[in-house]
Write a protein that binds this ligand. Structure first.
Ligand code: DHB
Ligand code: FE
Length: 285
């Protein structure tokens, strides 16, 4: 049977992608940040996932404001990258997993999540930066991938509760796959940041640190919030936390927090990292 072996969440700041491309992980300015990912990589070595489901948000590379699905799942054999600005290099494509994608899609649609299905899909820094943070130069070969994008750009946005429930349905979808497969779920984005408007540069360190605590043991705390509440606390782009909530929903009722790290600012963002183990015996949903 397929099973979720754990959850990871990380920020996806483009500047981190540039630093990795320039191999600056040991520069004094960057070393503390990249060293914080060592425990996550060691945990991944032990967890041995075959597949990564990456819950992220597209920033205009694949979807634009003219057509922007609330939830979209990739079902492509390969996921290419493209020049999206920011100075991030174009990387080789990531391996898809069409049969597993279609299993997830069928289960999610059966579970009343009316998704957009993408047999071609470009992935932007929201996907590529986390992949490279966790697998480095092996990101294109170490695991197959299923991108799941949540609209965090064009209002109206889905609520925290809806995204958490999507994650719960994703947990059920993985559990209903008969094939032996080890799955890691990644939530990419956040933590607090605002790139535009009057509050440009806004970071809420107290809220971010609270997220790193509560997401593990009290995720329901977030579920009464509206997207607007989240934006008020975390900034217009801090709403990317929705991707973390979907990841958390997939892991079931109880989790163990293996590792957490916070650094602010990284570029314009409060940068968070979270590694969660599911606690056996508890089904999602
Ligand atoms: C930054 C953060 C993001 O999440 C993003 O998508 C783009 C830029 C930043 O901090 O610069
Ligand atoms: Fe972003």
């Amino acid at each position: 049977m397929a099973r979720i072996v754990g959850g990871l969440a990380t920020s996806h700041v483009p500047l981190i992608g540039v630093a990795m491309a320039e191999r600056r992980q040991d520069d004094p300015d960057w070393k503390p940040f990249f060293d914080a990912y060592r425990p996550a990589r060691a945990w991944l070595e032990a967890a041995r996932p075959d597949t990564a489901i990456v819950v992220y948000n597209d920033h205009g590379l694949n979807f634009f404001l003219d057509k922007l699905p609330t939830f979209a799942v990739g079902a492509a054999p390969l996921y290419g990258n493209a020049d999206e600005g920011w100075g991030i290099p174009v990387l080789p494509p990531y391996r898809g997993d069409p049969a597993f994608s279609w299993h997830l899609i069928e289960s999610l649609i059966d579970d009343e999540f009316d998704l957009t299905t993408c047999q071609e899909m470009l992935v932007d820094h929201g996907f590529t930066v986390p992949m490279r943070l966790f697998w480095g130069d092996r990101a294109q070969t170490a695991v197959t991938t299923v991108p799941l994008s949540i609209n965090t750009v064009q209002h109206p946005l889905p609520s925290p509760r809806r995204c958490y429930r999507l994650g719960q349905a994703l947990g059920r979808a993985v559990a209903s796959c008969a094939e032996d497969r080890r799955v890691v779920v990644i939530g990419a984005g956040g933590l607090s940041h605002q790139l535009d408007g009057r509050r440009a540069g806004f970071i809420n360190r107290a809220f971010d640190r609270m997220c790193l605590e509560r997401l593990a043991d009290d995720p329901e705390w977030f579920l009464s919030m509206t997207p607007r509440d989240l934006i008020r606390r975390a900034g217009t782009q801090g709403v990317e936390l929705l991707c973390w909530l979907a990841m958390r929903g997939a892991l079931g009722d109880r989790v163990r927090r293996v590792h957490a790290h916070y650094q602010a600012p990284v570029s314009n963002t409060g940068a968070g990292l979270l590694v969660l183990d599911p606690v056996a015996g508890r089904a999602a949903g």
